[in-house]
Ligand binder design. Structure first.
Ligand code: ADP
Ligand code: ZN
Ligand code: ZN
Length: 662
């Protein structure tokens, strides 16, 4: 091939969902045109770093109109074939611009076109822990996983908290390390605690590196290369770690696979677990999805044998399953969200020198600020959301756009001075408990007091060092943590989740109940879980607590099937945002017409107004596309997305494949 007929097909970081053709830079050696290398190109008025995807002979654009690329940055492919294939698949499946996907998987310095840094040598820790002798169920699980070397196979490791899943991961990984292969462990944002890393590093004398958004760009850059060149043997990271290149990946573990933080909710809306499954498939390696409360989609796949279902049915050692009890709030005397029975139970557990954990997923002092005369509730001016009352510092705050307002002395509508904060948030609970239990350390853990670097760790350390103590927290405390002295956990309000219209709300509530409950009685002492509810007769709640998660999940699957909801159908949202409501509605109606004209076997519902219809002044609505078959939905999107892009619209649209909520 002569350079004369050479056209470079390049992914450029723009929201446009296509590749761009360029002529090779002046005087470049054709040998250096390797797909996966970075190239600097002129784009509109800017200079951008793009990725070479392909070298072709023809362009749809006349050659005279093609611009010349500025310069090749890398002599070899920076993005390996393996990573390229995965990123291209993800761009296609999630209908997100290929250039944005490819460049977003690169560490910042590489995105900016900088060259390879000198890498520090990695230190392998001195491992001290010995492998535990596995139980029979653990042995079966581990054997099945290692028998699947170099073969694509999805394992669902389904076991209650404390049943020894982590031990199975570690002993499966050991097998791959011996053969010189690497392992990737994906964990949800919150449970990525130093505890997890310490446990892995204590086991293996190989370099173990972490990956998450709190690390510096420099550290991430080093980790990226250390995985790519094979020096790092184990990477433990949050969802974006699924796009780290590996030299020889042998196994992927997704811990707490049901966790919703694996789905990125903004911009590139991928699901880390699902991308990990595709990666295993492309690489022909096993993947283990671990959970005490599997997502319904994984559970269904295990039921119909697409995944291998591995069960760990009991807690190991001395720990027993906690005892669950419902407190009927219609019958209970209560003050500030705490029922009499709960107060008594807390007192009893503290008297035994034990710790108590209280879950309330509502930060601030009170969720509502209200006028007693005219019943006006204070709303954020930019969002469809109530302002939350905070003390320390005193203010009203919107939890969606973070705007802050002074607390008014009187109502703006009727001038009444009878205004007050209603309902209970973590701050109010904290002050009430301080009054009730003045001698006991009370530790609150939520987004308001963990912003400072290291603050969360300090609070957790206090908790670990205290004898008796009460820990109050939002979902931050639900997962991963192991407090050996907690014997009582309480869920202040389960009703929001039980009564929500969102199709996944009940699934997520059940997972949360068991995760929070699983914090109690993890060692020698027995645990109790108290759940406050106004719906003690709720059929699914009773089923969950009496028969366990498996029965609950099967029943919920039946209901999903009857309602024609995922995982029995496949959904995608076409979401529009605009400052002008009518413009947005017109746009969605045009999209809806396009969908019906295209004639695919699917339903198009909407426009639907989401819960938070206005955020930071932007209105949002969406269409729900729902099909019986995934390929039908994908074919429809593939055909329509370019047409949707072509509609003139003073706003923004996004595609959300496999959405978590409608
Ligand atoms: P999970 O990941 O399911 O929560 P872990 O692997 O953390 O469970 O195990 C829970 C506890 O049981 C840990 O303290 C672990 O050291 C211990 N454990 C796990 N497997 C064994 C085993 N085979 N023998 C004895 N103790 C074990
Ligand atoms: Zn008023
Ligand atoms: Zn707001």
């Amino acid at each position: 091939m002569t350079l004369k007929n050479t056209i470079l097909r390049i992914a450029v970081p723009t929201p446009l969902r296509r590749l761009f053709d360029y002529l090779p830079p002046q005087g470049v050696d054709i040998e250096h045109l390797k797909p996966g290398c970075r190239i600097q190109v002129p784009f509109q008025t800017r200079k951008l770093v793009g990725i070479l995807i392909d070298v072709v002979k023809k362009s749809d654009v006349p050659v005279a109109k093609l611009k010349k690329a500025h310069a090749i940055i890398d002599n070899t492919a920076l993005i390996s074939n393996e990573l390229m294939r995965l990123a291209l698949w993800a761009s296609e499946y999630y209908h997100y611009a290929v250039g944005e996907v490819l460049l977003s998987v690169l560490p910042k310095a590489l995105r900016q076109g900088k060259t390879l840094p000198a890498l520090p040598a990695l230190v392998a820790p001195l491992a001290s822990d010995l492998n535990l002798a596995l139980s029979q169920e653990q042995t079966q699980a581990q054997q099945a996983i290692i028998a699947s070397a170099n073969t694509f196979n999805v394992f669902l490791l389904d076991g209650v908290t404390g049943s020894g899943k982590t031990e199975v991961y570690l002993q499966a990984i050991a097998h791959y390390l011996v053969q010189g292969m690497q392992a990737l462990i994906l964990v949800p944002e919150i449970s990525l605690t130093p505890q997890t890393i310490a446990r892995v590093a204590a086991r293996f004398s190989v370099p173990v590196l972490a990956w998450h958004s709190n690390l510096s760009d420099k550290v991430r850059l080093h980790t990226w290369f250390a995985a790519a060149n094979g020096d790092a043997k184990i990477i433990i990271g949050t969802r974006s770690a699924v796009f780290i290149p590996f030299k020889q990946l042998g196994i992927i573990i997704v811990d707490e696979e049901h966790d919703t933080s694996f789905k990125q909710q903004e911009r590139f809306k991928y699901h880390g677990r699902d991308v990990a499954i595709m990666r295993s498939k492309f690489n022909a390696i096993p993947i283990v999805l671990g959970s005490a409360t599997p997502s319904l989609e994984s559970f269904m796949n295990a039921q119909n044998a697409r995944y291998t279902h591995l069960n760990l049915s009991t807690r190991l050692g001395h720990a027993q399953m906690p005892h669950y009890q419902l407190l009927d709030m219609k019958k209970q005397v209560q003050v500030e969200g705490l029922s009499q029975a709960l107060q008594e139970n807390i007192a009893e557990h503290l008297a035994q020198n034990n710790q108590v954990l209280i879950f309330l997923n509502r930060r601030g002092f009170a969720p509502v600020f209200y006028c007693n005369e005219c019943h006006t509730i204070l709303q954020c001016e930019r969002c469809d959301a109530r302002l939350v009352y905070h003390r320390s510092p005193l203010r009203l705050q919107c939890h969606y756009c973070d705007s802050v307002v002074l607390v008014p002395k009187q109502c703006a509508q009727c001038q009444s001075e009878s205004v007050c904060a209603v309902g209970v948030g973590t701050q109010r609970l904290e002050s009430k408990l301080q009054v009730l239990f003045p001698d006991v350390p009370i530790i609150r853990l939520d987004r308001d007091n963990t912003k400072r670097k290291g603050a969360m760790q300090d609070l957790l350390t206090q908790m670990h060092q205290a004898e008796k103590a009460i820990l109050i927290g939002t979902q931050m405390i639900a997962k991963g943590h192991h407090f050996k002295n907690v014997t009582l956990t309480a869920i202040i309000d389960v009703d929001v989740g039980l009564c929500s219209a969102e199709f996944k709300a009940l699934e997520h509530t059940a997972q949360l109940i068991l995760q929070v409950g699983g914090r109690a009685g993890r060692e020698h002492k027995a645990g109790s879980v108290l759940i406050q509810t106004r719906n003690p007769e709720h059929k699914m709640l009773k089923l969950l607590l009496q028969q366990g998660y498996g029965h609950f999940a099967r029943q919920l699957l039946c209901e999903r099937q009857m309602a024609g909801l995922p995982p029995y159908t496949y959904c995608t949202l076409v979401r529009a945002e605009s400052y002008q409501l009518s413009v947005m509605q017109d746009f969605l109606l045009k999209v809806k017409t396009l969908v019906s004209q295209a004639g695919f076997a699917l339903q198009c519902l909407g426009p639907v107004t989401p819960m938070l219809a206005k955020k930071k002044g932007l209105h949002a609505q969406h269409l729900i596309l729902q099909a019986q078959q995934r390929p039908v939905l994908q074919a429809c999107l593939k055909q329509l997305v370019p047409q949707i892009e072509a509609i003139k619209f003073n706003g923004k649209f996004t595609i959300d494949v496999d959405p978590l909520e409608f």
